[in-house]
Ligand binder design. Structure first.
Ligand code: PMP
Length: 292
């Protein structure tokens, strides 16, 4: 990703993509003191931009640092990056981290940096796979107890086990891995939340130890707007065989049906398809009505 044309916003300035540098002794590289966001723009407009910027600021607070920009300034930086790179449908990646001014576990004096990059990024899962439903395997690592990790933050350190599990899944021919939580309950995938359908009712795990995704909350609202009952509850892996449909949600994954989790098979059915279509309709750029 480093050798390409384009501009990246870093600490308030747009810098040529190839010239953006961070030092080897960056605290975040050694101690995972970084938080980030993943956003998507549709027709040049970032979906739920302010919610993402607010989550970034909150993630930083949870990691005990303050981003030296306001939510409004972060929103504007994201918009500026899209405009500067002449992008329309793209992925946007803001990231904040502790710099290289101090080394060691303690880094009170290290400067807090903020950068935003954006690039074209099509479907997270290939479209033909998405329509058939993706195949998911079971992860080995579990989402940690909130007493052992800052679960509510979108913090780089929480992705260490996600990358291990995503690689393990891909090597075995799967698209993703289902992670349980530390209690053995169904939690989420490596970068997306998970939903199930049984008898016309949508079931999803309570987000009490993993990211309560912006897409997750959006899809719950879309289902309710359709009169579909949504139950947030404890889901045990023993129940996986009792559901008829399964899908995952995330900014990158949008709404992606699942056809298989380990030995359990699902058919992308009418509820997954309805919510996939409703989501795509919601994010679609609205035609601007010309002012009179
Ligand atoms: N869980 C994890 C681990 C994720 O990385 C993501 C993607 N940010 C999500 C859930 C979904 O979050 P959102 O809908 O806000 O993108």
């Amino acid at each position: 990703y480093h050798d390409r044309d384009g501009l990246i916003w870093i600490d308030g300035t747009l810098v040529n993509w190839r010239d953006v540098k961070v030092h080897l002794l960056t605290h975040a590289l050694h101690y995972a003191s970084s938080v980030f966001e993943g956003e998507r723009a549709y027709g040049g407009e970032i979906f739920k931009l302010t919610e993402h910027s607010e989550r970034l600021v909150e993630s930083a607070r949870i990691l005990d640092f303050e981003i030296p920009y306001s939510v409004a300034e972060i929103d504007q930086a994201c918009r500026d990056v899209i405009a500067a790179n002449k992008l329309s449908d793209c992925y946007v990646r803001p990231i904040a981290w502790r710099g290289s001014e101090q080394m060691g576990v303690s880094a009170q004096q290290a400067k807090i940096h903020l950068a935003v990059a954006a690039w074209d990024w099509g479907s997270y899962f290939p479209m033909e796979q998405r329509l058939k439903g993706i195949r998911i395997t079971n992860a080995v690592y579990r989402r940690p107890d909130p007493a052992c990790a800052p679960s509510r933050a979108k913090a780089a350190g929480l992705y260490m086990i996600c990358t291990i599990e995503k690689h393990r899944a891909e090597r075995a021919g799967y698209s993703d891995a289902l992670m349980l939580d530390w209690r053995g309950r169904v939690a989420e995938c490596t970068g997306a939340n998970i939903f199930f359908v049984k008898d016309g009712v949508v079931h999803t795990p309570e987000a009490d130890c993993f990211l309560n995704g912006i897409t997750r909350r959006t899809v719950i609202d879309l289902a309710k707007a359709r009169g579909i009952t949504v139950v947030e509850r404890v889901i045990m892996p023993e129940e996986l065989g009792s559901f008829s449909e399964c899908f995952i949600t995330g900014t990158a994954a949008e709404v992606t049906p699942v056809s298989e989790i380990g030995e359990h098979k699902y058919k992308p059915g009418s509820i997954s398809e309805t919510l996939l279509n409703d989501y795509m309709e919601l994010v679609k750029p609205k035609k601007r009505v010309a002012a009179e």
